[in-house]
Ligand binder design. Sequence first.
Ligand code: DGJ
Length: 735
Amino acid sequence: MSILFHEATKEFHLYNHEVSYIIQVLPNNQLGNLYFGKRIEDKETYGYLREGGYRPLATFVFEGDMNFSLQHTRQEYPSYGTTDFRYPAFEIEQMNGSKISNFEYEAHRIYQGKNKIQGLPATYVEEKEEADTLDIILMDKVSKMKLILSYTIYNKLSVITRNAKFMNEGEEIKFLNKALSMSLDLPDYNYEMVHFAGAWSRERALKIRKLEQGVTSIHSLRGSSSAEHNPFFMLKRPNTDENMGEVIGFSLVYSGNFLAQVEVDSHYTTRISMGIHPDTFRWQLRQGESFQTPEVVMVYSSSGCNQMSQTFHLLYRTRLSKGYWRDRERPILCNNWEATEFDFNEEKIIKIAKSAKELGVELFVLDDGWFGKRNHDRAGLGDWYVNKDKLPSGINGLADKIEALGMKFGLWFEPEMVNKDSDLYRAHPDWILNTPNRSQSHGRNQYVLDYSREEVVDYIEALISTVLQEAKISYVKWDMNRYITECYSLALTPEKQGEVMHRYVLGVYRLYEKLTDKFPEVLFESCSSGGARFDPGILYYAPQTWTSDDTDAAERMKIQYSTSFVYPISSMGAHVSEVPNQQTKRIIPMETRANVAFFGDLGYELDLSILCEEEKEKVKKQIIIYKQQRKLLQQGTFYRLISPYDNKENAWMVVDCKQEKAIVGYYRLLCEPNAGFTRLRLSGLEAKKKYKISGKKEPFYYGSELMNAGIVITNNEMCAGGGDFSSVLYYLNEI
Ligand code: DGJ
């Protein structure tokens, strides 16, 4: 059991081989934090780590005691208004208008394993020995609110997860105005906050900020986790790099509005807060009702960012994603969107599909435009039945034809949306989120269905189920192409309108749950105008996500590189597309386009039927190699070697778990004339093992040699002779 409770000192110590987390019941019975970091030995008390003492201008908890102020105490789940002036983790509004709470320790339970979180996605265990859980039960005696703080520590991974649950045990109605998933106080502020920000088509660009006194935060108020900010950040020491130094990653398992905030106070401690964004949240709790927050996953590494990322990858690939496809190699697909957009018919689709089959593609995906009157983006969303003008043999007929070619068939849906020009909207105009007597803003001519209403989710579920039942469909691309505005549900009372944003997300999860339960062997790939909802909440249901609508290989290097800080390679849909690229107009060699897409779930998104013979041969070869190396690429241990962010070069690699095989990708962005020699130092190999590198004359290299002296990269090994956007993949095999 890796959670200990010291009765005499009322201290909890959660630890494994790598990490320690120590909580103490404070003199006022609230919870304090004593330590979070590299594993330290257990002892009866680490109480001295709670620094107290008199300070001018401080306010104190107990009369006559000038040493105990919450303002200067590191806490677990702080409230505002009782001597702490920093941002709180929660706020409860009571009938008399008071917002003061005092949650005191009442009891705790420690058990093996990890319980499910009702209605919400979360990491899990398969055997109860994999993790231990601590639930601390606290009570506010005045308001009769109960709070349960849950902590799970994985035994073999440097992972601690947290969540909070509120229960109203009193007669009076309360309102939760804020209920974050976690708060954590660290004793100093010598950190850089690294986070991933952007916009459509340039999602998750790496940003680094030095912490200073005050608040640094990222958030989404868009109704989904968004392209603008990802619900993940890390705090790293300034000297931490990929291979050494301390870093802690914080990842919220949630797909809606979020806040991730770091506050440095006047005495240089750091408070981390993360959870549902309070600005669009207000939850009514009647007697007996409860509210459950989403989960936060914290990963600690003392050996740099690669180790932190590898822990996230392993956890999210094997203990967050679930179901049939979790451990299976993902099919190579061809998607028609960039080739045809809405302009297709059955003949055109079959033509592309035939070429795809000839080149070795395994799955053909029909994207937007197959249903209702969907010949453009102004109509059809919500009418999930086939457009027979375009596809006379129906989806089942087309699916049969694709299957007869020897490929699987996949289909696009955008289940959460509706166009006003649709049968669905005409029948149920009250089913969209909109505020009475206010304008209704649209995005891409579409409106958001009110997923806080069960009947809406059930209706869409029935339509999609019919399509999936009637045709041989092996894959679903679930898109979401606009953010939420004028958020209001016509089905809820005024006091419950603050619940709509979260209830919407719960509705999305409910539909995912139903469809993945009903069609367990269908592979779900999520999408949101590319990667605007690339988050752990969705990964729980859909093990892969369309990473970005930007398929330009140079841009993709950055996007995939940044995404890899938290999300596994197997979660990133990565397609080879046409040149000039539709977003950037850039022309990048076919080899490099594929060499980038190899570090993801490979697909092709162009009209394969019009490629010249030489290009077709290249694609054929790429597919043969990817199939041979797929397990290693999708499930190997991934290392970032060189960052593409200075626009010069990029390198990364994967190594299998036995350290027998590895694949290294080296990419040049803008090439320098008369450049120096290029050496690339590798990672993750076994020092004493001998490796042969395909294409290199050297009979073998020691692992230590490759990790310290490095590979010598020559221009003639690279496609395009080492010029702009050239690249090379090296295949290493133990001999
Ligand atoms: C946005 C997606 O990111 C694209 O891949 C494509 O599916 C379009 N939507 C279709 O409308």
